[in-house]
Design a protein around this ligand. Structure first.
Ligand code: GLN
Length: 313
């Protein structure tokens, strides 16, 4: 790419945010987790964090939201750190599905009932079951510590109201988890694994924190300020490959064409995006399309990708 695109300016960011704003009206705030329905569909924010430069933010970049499926990237990385890739891929596959994120249908088709990838709910629950720790609390603390370290922010915490709201309404995720146990993909206490999964989904963040986590992934797992290796580069590659092929679920192909960078969405309306070697991006806009991705969030990324030539292709 052309080095002139290394110049990122606030004015362009604000302009792209305003271009994306009307698109939020096309979406709907998630309500299958009752607590999420309280989010304002008007919230719209973006932070761009280029490697080694000051972050740029526009709109509601400080408004908190829960990570939801964005957390799947980080439990994947932690499980890889805990066990290595050989063991991890005994429990989860490497292929996109073309189905909705909480689909159960392929668990019966795939041999031997292994979930297709770690970015859909079934795969993420299988990955979370591998996180080291003797209690759900210990596992949750490790996930939280990892996220805080990558975001360089010790204040990140779990939204207990969202956690409880999901835990009491998650019949579908329970079905997936028990099915996985039956298939021998996960062992141990299913309810304990689910507790950790619901808690990781309920980690409260904002765009700035998400952008910083993305920036670490963009920089191959190295903290550019301290030079510390926070994640082995090989695992960062695996995570980015999954984000690119499966991160937007059954809209990942369309997103690759329209935007062309690794990204991961969550049903609270956040998106984590990574421009390898260049920057991390965090967006928030709670109104989702039917695939469960933030409509205005995708639009901001599409506008920025066009303006700053972010596509990796
Ligand atoms: N906690 C949500 C769930 O399991 C996460 C899904 C998502 O963000 N797509 O349903």
């Amino acid at each position: 790419y052309d080095a002139q695109y290394d110049l990122y300016d606030l004015e362009t960011l604000q302009e792209m945010l305003e271009k994306a704003r009307p698109f939020a009206k096309q979406g709907k705030v998630a309500d299958y987790i009752p607590e999420l329905a309280k989010a304002s569909p008007e919230t719209l924010g973006v932070t761009v964090m280029p490697i080694g430069q000051a972050p740029l933010s526009a709109g509601d970049c400080g408004v908190p939201f829960t990570m939801q499926s964005i957390s799947k990237v980080f439990t994947l990385l932690l499980a890889l750190i805990d066990h290595g890739e050989e063991k991890l891929f005994e429990h989860v596959g490497m292929e996109p599905t073309g189905d909705h994120f909480d689909s159960i249908v392929r668990l019966e088709l795939a041999e031997p009932g292994k979930p297709f990838n770690p970015m859909i709910n079934a795969g993420a629950i299988a990955v979370t079951s591998l996180i080291r720790g003797s209690t759900p609390q210990e596992k949750t603390d490790r996930i939280l510590a990892f996220v805080r370290k990558l975001a360089a922010d010790e204040s990140i915490a779990i939204d207990e109201a969202v956690y409880r709201s999901e835990a009491v309404t998650a019949d579908r995720n329970r079905s997936l988890a028990y099915f996985l146990k039956h298939n021998g993909v996960i062992g141990g206490d299913v309810e304990e694994h689910l507790e950790v999964y619901f808690r990781q989904c309920s980690i409260r963040v904002n765009c700035v924190q998400i952008a910083r986590m993305g920036m670490i992934l963009a920089n191959g797992g190295i903290d550019p300020d301290s030079g510390e290796i926070l994640i082995p580069e090989r695992y960062v590659r695996i995570a980015k490959a999954f984000m690119l092929t499966c991160g937007m679920y059954n809209a990942s192909g369309e997103f690759a064409i329209k935007v062309g960078i690794p990204a991961k969405s969550g049903v609270a309306g956040g998106i984590l995006a990574v421009v390898p070697g260049r920057m991390g991006i965090g967006t928030i806009s709670p109104a989702l399309n039917e695939k469960g991705n933030s409509v205005a969030g995708c639009r901001i990324l599409q506008e920025l990708a066009a303006r700053w030539r972010l596509s990796i292709y």
